[in-house]
Every structure is written in structure tokens, then in C-alpha cells.
Design a protein. Structure first.
Ligand SMILES: Nc1ncnc2c1ncn2[C@@H]1O[C@H](COP(=O)(O)OP(=O)(O)OP(=O)(O)OP(=O)(O)OC[C@H]2O[C@@H](n3cnc4c(N)ncnc43)[C@H](O)[C@@H]2O)[C@@H](O)[C@H]1O
Length: 276
């Protein structure tokens, strides 16, 4: 029995199936999925259905694209030109799929395996325990009758920085932005959303969240996705970047947590950043 963590699938169902074949995924194995299961890619509906059917064999965390799908489902935001969510929105099992998706966590941690998974990252000032408690604040709302109101207030880049005084929607938006959208931040956790490329796009005074020397999660094993331009190289001990830009034509990656072996399958999407 092995546990494999897989980076952002974004509806690249065929590549996902190829990767499962490559790792010889069996009934006794487990999957961890870093979020952004859907959108931009061609087969988001098949991807969701497949992962839902895996039941207890799979653990996932919500990514920004999964949250966007839920917001569109609630009719909170208009679809974007680049969205490929129509098939899900027209599916007979839409309600069932969305109810299931809404129950999923923002952070998953396993003390036996000694790994934590989150879509974007954990800000420097938060421990794993603290991040888990914050994630639960959002998860509790998502699982409640206030979910629709949450999506009405979810979008936006402000507040830029955490404060223990934050309350209500601002507090929940800030937690969501850290866990599902962060790339660069200051040591105090101030966020910057404009820079989406590789490390060369790092703004002055900011570092990738996982590079802060005094971050409270230093030494913890953390898996994350979200940042395709990193091309799977976080270059920091114990931190594993698994979004290798399948949707941008590069590859889909799995990491076997038991022995840290990597498995990769080429993208079948139009190439935007393929390096060969
Ligand atoms: N609270 C909230 N507030 C606001 N919006 C919210 C939200 N919650 C959810 N959302 C939603 O989030 C969605 C995405 O918003 P976007 O604004 O489009 O998000 P993004 O940062 O581009 O993130 P993405 O997840 O697509 O990242 P990726 O690294 O693949 O791609 C990032 C960039 O990397 C580039 N890239 C990929 N591979 C690269 C490479 N190898 N080299 C260089 N650049 C590369 C790509 O061109 C791309 O531009 C929207 O639908 C939005 O509505």
C-alpha cells in the first residue's frame, strides 16, 4: 500500500489516467490531490466524478479554481472566458458533485505519514496546527447554510495581511487567500497577487512563502500545488511543489510519500511553457 500526492489536474483527465497507470495505482493505494481538480482543461466533469467515486481512497484540498466552480454554481460570479466548467454545470449530477466538493477541506494533514497538504501554501507566521484551525473556520462555513454568503464575499485581494483582529468575511477571505492563492509574501505575511511567474518575478521585499527562514512550518513536510511556473522545484527542504503545469502543456506529477519517488506523465494539452 502506497500514498501518492498528485499536482493540479485542472480537468486533464487523460493525463491523470495515464499517471495512475504509470504508478500502477491499486485498490490498496491512497491518493492525495493538491486541489484545482477542475477548470481550463477539457475533462473537468470526468475528473470530479472519478475522484468522488474513489471515496476514502482519496484525500483532496480545495484550490482557487475549485472554489471558483462552487461560486459559479451558486451563481455568485460570472464565468470567465477561460473557464471550461459548462459540462459540470449542465451535468445531471451537478448538485451531488457540488455538495461533495463543498465538503472538502482546505488543508489535510496526516501525523502518521508526517505530511501536510494545502493548495497554495501556509504563511510564515502560522504553524501547521494554527493553519489547520484557520482552515476549519472556512470549512465550517462552506459546510453550513452560509456557504452562498461566503462566496459572495470570497473574491478580492484585501486585506493583504493577517491580523488576529480580523473578523467576519474579511477574516475568512484572508484565510482563503493564504491557503488557496498565495505565492509571494513578506515575513509578516503581506500578500502580493500580481506576480504569477517564476522566481524571477519576485517583487522587492517579498519571498516565496516557503523560503522565509523563520517560518513556523520550517522542517515540516508540506505538499502544495497552485504555482505552475515553479515547474515542480520549490528548492527548499521538506517542501514539495507538485503543480508542474499539465494544463499549460508541461506534465502531471505524482510524488510517492512513502519513499519520495517522483512519477511524471507528459501533458496532452497545447504547449505554452513546455521545456522539453
Ligand atoms: N478569493 C479569490 N479572489 C479572486 N479570485 C479567486 C478567489 N478564489 C478563487 N478565485 C478564482 O481563481 C481562478 C484563477 O484566478 P487567476 O487570477 O487566473 O489565477 P492565477 O493566479 O493565474 O492562478 P492559477 O491557479 O490559474 O495558477 P497557475 O500557476 O496555473 O497559472 C498562473 C500563471 O502562470 C503562468 N505559467 C504557467 N506555467 C508557467 C511557466 N512554466 N513559466 C512561466 N509562467 C507560467 C500562466 O501563464 C498563468 O498566467 C479564477 O477563476 C478566480 O475567479
Amino acid at each position: 500500500m502506497a500514498t501518492y500526492a498528485i499536482g493540479d489536474i485542472q480537468g486533464c483527465f487523460d493525463e491523470f489516467q495515464n499517471l495512475l497507470e504509470l504508478i500502477n495505482f491499486g485498490q490498496n493505494d491512497k491518493l492525495w490531490l493538491c486541489g484545482d481538480l477542475v477548470n481550463r482543461g477539457p475533462k473537468s466533469l470526468q475528473t470530479l466524478r472519478f475522484i468522488k467515486e474513489l471515496g476514502v481512497q482519496a484525500h483532496m484540498v480545495l484550490g482557487n479554481h475549485d472554489l471558483h466552480l462552487l461560486a459559479v454554481h451558486y451563481d455568485i460570479t460570472r464565468k470567465k472566458k477561460s473557464d471550461t466548467l459548462d459540462e459540470i454545470l449542465c451535468a445531471p449530477d451537478r448538485e451531488e458533485l457540488m455538495q461533495w466538493l463543498q465538503q472538502q477541506p482546505l488543508l489535510h494533514t496526516d501525523s502518521r505519514l508526517n505530511f501536510t497538504m494545502v493548495h497554495a501554501g501556509i504563511p510564515p507566521g502560522w504553524s501547521i496546527n494554527n493553519a489547520q484551525k484557520k482552515a476549519q473556520e472556512v470549512e465550517n462555513i462552506l459546510r453550513s447554510a452560509k456557504a452562498q454568503a461566503f462566496f459572495e464575499h470570497m473574491y478580492g485581494n484585501k486585506p493583504e495581511k493577517w491580523s488576529n483582529d480580523l473578523k467576519g468575511w474579511k477574516r475568512l477571505r484572508t484565510i482563503t487567500n493564504y491557503l488557496t492563492r498565495m505565492r509571494f509574501c513578506t515575513p509578516e505575511g503581506k500578500l502580493e497577487f500580481a506576480s504569477k511567474g517564476g522566481l524571477e518575478t519576485q517583487p522587492d521585499g517579498f519571498l516565496p512563502w516557503y523560503k522565509h527562514p523563520h517560518r513556523k512550518t520550517a522542517g515540516e513536510n508540506i505538499i502544495f500545488g497552485h504555482w505552475a511556473a515553479l515547474q515542480g522545484a520549490a528548492d527548499t527542504q521538506n517542501v514539495y511543489a507538485l503543480d508542474t503545469g499539465c494544463i499549460w502543456g508541461v506534465k502531471l506529477t505524482a510524488l510517492r510519500l512513502d519513499d519520495l519517488s517522483y512519477y511524471r506523465t507528459p501533458s496532452l494539452q497545447k504547449s505554452a511553457f513546455a521545456t522539453g
